[in-house]
Design a protein around this ligand. Structure first.
Ligand SMILES: O[C@H]1NC=Nc2ccccc21
Length: 235
């Protein structure tokens, strides 16, 4: 395959969405491969324990290095890129998705949100490239949902995955602004009409209107995305 993806999780069934729809088709067509591993297969004790209390006290549990270490030894070769979803990671961006889509082998280590013993990452970093990545400033229970989001954002960029109709060439972030409103038939729905300009056939006017809508929406929802020369920049 163009890209090999391995995912390690204590909830392997959480990753089944990766086999559905367009991603499932990409697997069937051999563009990508996805293998999910149950971290508990690397436990030693009868209780198959994967976590323990944190040194220094505090809430929650920390995942054991004695389980993750041997797991990654088996699952993550030195030439792979190890991606560790964590709320304490660098922000995941479209640019990072583009970088990941050019990799040959990605390994996602799904930990609980209190985290994996830091020595697992530090030890792995002596052999391979490691990225600790966050998908946003909110707290999930574990890295599985973050992994699904990052895999979808990454794999859709690989040639052949999206039908060319759904091409990623015109991604919403292509001009750095938010996409404005979209409409389709019927022309009037529940008394609401499609903006007349979109039915005018005047492509220059339509393009201008769409850019204006994007600017207006970006100003109100994401002023941080506005280019420096646009009014409405946050102080
Ligand atoms: O990507 C993160 N964003 C928010 N919460 C998380 C929880 C566990 C793993 C990863 C994340």
């Amino acid at each position: 395959p163009t890209l090999r993806i391995d995912v390690v999780s204590i909830f392997p069934e959480y990753l089944t969405p990766l086999r559905a729809a367009l991603l499932g088709r990409a697997i069937d067509r051999g563009i990508i491969s996805v293998d999910v591993h149950d971290l508990r297969d690397w436990t030693h004790d009868v209780h198959r324990g994967v976590d323990d209390s944190p040194y220094g006290g505090g809430p929650g549990m920390v995942m054991k290095p004695e389980v993750w270490g041997p797991c990654l030894d088996d699952v993550c070769p030195d030439d792979a890129l190890l991606v560790v979803p964590t709320p304490a990671g660098v922000p995941f961006t479209q640019s990072m998705a583009e970088d990941l889509s050019r990799e040959r082998h990605l390994v996602f280590a799904c930990g609980r949100y209190e985290g994996i013993d830091q020595r697992v990452v530090d030890d792995a970093a002596t052999r391979t490239r490691v990225l600790e990545v966050s998908i946003g400033d909110f707290v999930l229970i574990g890295g599985e949902v973050a992994t699904i989001a990052m895999v979808e954002a990454t794999v859709r960029l690989i040639d052949g995955v999206l039908g060319n109709a759904a091409s990623h060439q015109q991604d919403s972030f292509s001009d750095g602004l938010l996409e404005g409103p979209s409409y389709t038939r019927p022309e009037v729905w529940r008394g609401l009409a499609v903006p007349a300009v979109l039915r005018s056939g005047d492509h220059a006017k339509i393009e201008k209107w769409r850019h204006e809508e994007s600017l207006q929406r970006t100003r109100s929802r994401r002023p941080d995305l506005l280019p420096a020369d646009e009014p409405g920049q946050p102080d």
